[in-house]
Write a protein that binds this ligand. Structure first.
Ligand code: F3S
Length: 405
C-alpha cells in the first residue's frame, strides 16, 4: 500500500503505540486485499460480543493507549441488571466479562449504544458515505439500502478503523466492485416482512458465490423491517455484504445501471416452490414451546406495536422476550406497549443479544419460537431448538404455549 507521510508517522509511533498497532493491522489487511491506499471514514460500528477474544483485543488496544477517533456505536451484550432481576442470577464469570468489556469500550471512547441495528437509529449514514461497519445485518443494509460504502468488517478491524479514522481502500469501497454479477429472477410473491426472512435464507442455499446479486421481480419496496430481515438472513445463511433490488435500491435504478461494465455470470431463479421448500426445512414442525424470543436483529417500535396488538388483554403461557435498543425501549414505555406486554407476562429488554453466553442459560436444551432464522441458527450450538414463524403467529403460540401449525 502507498502510505502518506502522516500514515507512516502513525506506523512509526509518532501518534502513540495504540494508533500504530491499529494501523499496522489495517496495513496487513490492506495488503492482503491489494488495497492501494487509505481513505478517511466518517462512521464506525463495532460488533462487540463480550466474549474472550473481543475483550482481549479491546484491552490490548487500551493498554497501548488507543482512543477512538471516530467513536463507534456497538452491538448488544447482556443487560445484567434486567436479566438478573427477571431471569436468573448471572454467574460471576458472566458478570465479570460483560462488565470488563463494557468498561474497555467505554475507555476506548465507544458510544455504548448496545444495539445491532445502528443503521435505523443512532448511527445512520448517508448515500456515498465511506464507513466501517461490522455486524451481519448492518453491512448489507448500509451498502444496499442506503448506498453508503463499507467492507464486511470484523469487530476487530472496525475497532481499528475507529481508532485510526481510516480504512484501506478495496472491495466495496470501489465503484467496480459494487456492480451485480448474479441475476436473481424472483418468480414468487414477496409481500410480508417474513417473506424476506425466507427469501434471504433461500438465495444463498441456491448460490454460494460472493458476487453481488441483483434481485428482479420484486414489485413493492420492502419496509425497513423487511430490508433488515433480508440482509440479516442473506448474511447468515450466506455471505452477502451487498445486493441490489432492481428499481428499488439506490444503485439499481435500472438493471443496466446495477450491472454496469460487469457481465452476468449466472441467472438464479427462485420460485414459490423454492421458498416453500426453504420454509418447510427451516421453520420446523409444530410442537410445545418453553419460551418465545424476538429481536435478532433488535426489533423496531413497529414490531413491538404488532406484538402489543396481538397480546393486549391476554396472558402468555410461556416467557416472552423482546430484545430492543434502549431508544426503542424508552419509546415502548412512552407509548404504553411496554405496559401491555408486561401485563401479558412478557419482557422488553434493551442492550441484550440472543448470542452472548451465559444470559439465556435457563433455556439451554429447550424449545423456543421466534420469527428469526438467524436467532434459530446461532442457538443451535446451545441445543436450543427454535421453531420459526411470522411474528403474529409466534405471539399466538406464546399465548397457548404451543405452535399449532
Ligand atoms: Fe443482534 Fe445478537 Fe442477533 S447482535 S442480530 S441479537 S446475534
Amino acid at each position: 500500500m502507498k502510505l502518506t507521510g502522516y500514515e507512516q508517522d502513525i506506523l512509526d509511533g509518532k501518534y502513540g503505540e495504540g494508533m500504530a498497532y491499529a494501523l499496522g493491522i489495517q496495513v496487513a489487511i490492506g495488503n492482503a486485499f491489494d488495497a492501494d491506499c487509505f481513505v478517511p471514514i466518517t462512521r464506525t460500528h463495532v460488533a462487540l460480543s463480550a466474549q474472550d477474544a473481543d475483550l482481549w483485543f479491546a484491552e490490548k488496544l487500551l493498554s497501548k493507549g488507543a482512543k477512538c477517533k471516530i467513536p463507534p456505536t456497538v452491538n448488544p451484550s447482556i443487560n445484567l441488571k434486567y436479566l438478573n432481576d427477571h431471569l436468573f442470577e448471572i454467574p460471576e464469570e458472566g458478570v465479570n466479562i460483560v462488565s470488563a468489556t463494557n468498561e474497555a469500550y467505554r475507555k476506548l471512547g465507544a458510544q455504548l449504544t448496545f444495539n445491532c441495528t445502528p443503521y435505523l437509529q443512532q448511527n445512520v449514514p448517508a448515500y456515498g458515505e465511506v464507513i466501517a461497519f461490522s455486524e451481519s445485518s448492518a453491512t448489507p443494509y448500509v451498502n444496499s439500502v442506503i448506498g453508503a460504502r463499507t467492507n464486511r468488517e470484523g469487530s476487530n478491524s472496525a475497532l481499528c478503523a475507529a481508532v485510526t479514522g481510516m480504512v484501506p481502500r478495496y472491495g466495496l469501497l470501489l465503484d467496480e466492485n459494487r456492480k451485480a454479477e448474479i441475476e436473481v429472477d424472483v418468480q414468487a410473491k414477496i409481500e410480508s416482512d417474513f417473506d424476506y426472512q425466507i427469501l434471504g435464507w433461500c438465495y444463498p442455499e441456491k448460490y454460494k458465490g460472493l458476487e453481488i446479486p441483483i434481485f428482479r421481480g420484486i414489485k413493492k419496496r420492502p419496509t425497513p423491517e423487511g430490508f433488515m430481515n433480508f440482509g440479516a438472513q442473506l448474511n447468515t445463511s450466506g455471505c452477502v455484504s451487498m445486493y441490489h433490488i432492481e428499481g428499488i435500491t439506490p444503485e439499481a435504478p435500472t438493471f443496466e445501471a446495477a450491472v454496469g461494465n460487469k457481465k452476468i455470470k449466472e441467472v438464479i431463479t427462485i420460485t414459490e416452490q423454492d421458498l416453500a421448500d426453504t420454509r418447510q426445512r427451516l421453520c420446523r414442525e409444530p410442537k410445545k414451546i418453553d419460551f418465545a424470543m424476538f429481536g435478532c436483529p433488535h426489533i423496531t417500535i413497529n414490531q413491538v406495536a404488532t406484538i402489543a396488538r396481538v397480546c393486549e388483554g391476554r396472558k402468555f403461557k410461556v416467557p416472552v422476550w423482546l430484545l430492543v435498543s434502549s431508544l426503542t425501549k424508552e419509546l415502548a414505555v412512552r407509548m404504553g406497549y411496554n405496559a401491555i406486554i408486561q401485563r401479558a407476562g412478557g419482557h422488553i429488554v434493551s442492550d441484550t443479544c440472543i448470542d452472548v453466553p451465559p444470559c439465556w442459560q435457563p433455556y439451554y436444551h429447550g424449545v423456543g419460537v421466534t420469527d428469526s432464522p438467524k436467532c434459530a441458527y446461532y442457538n443451535e450450538i446451545r441445543d436450543i431448538e427454535f421453531i420459526i414463524r411470522p411474528i403474529e403467529e409466534a405471539v399466538e403460540a406464546a399465548i397457548i404455549g404451543e405452535v399449532l401449525k
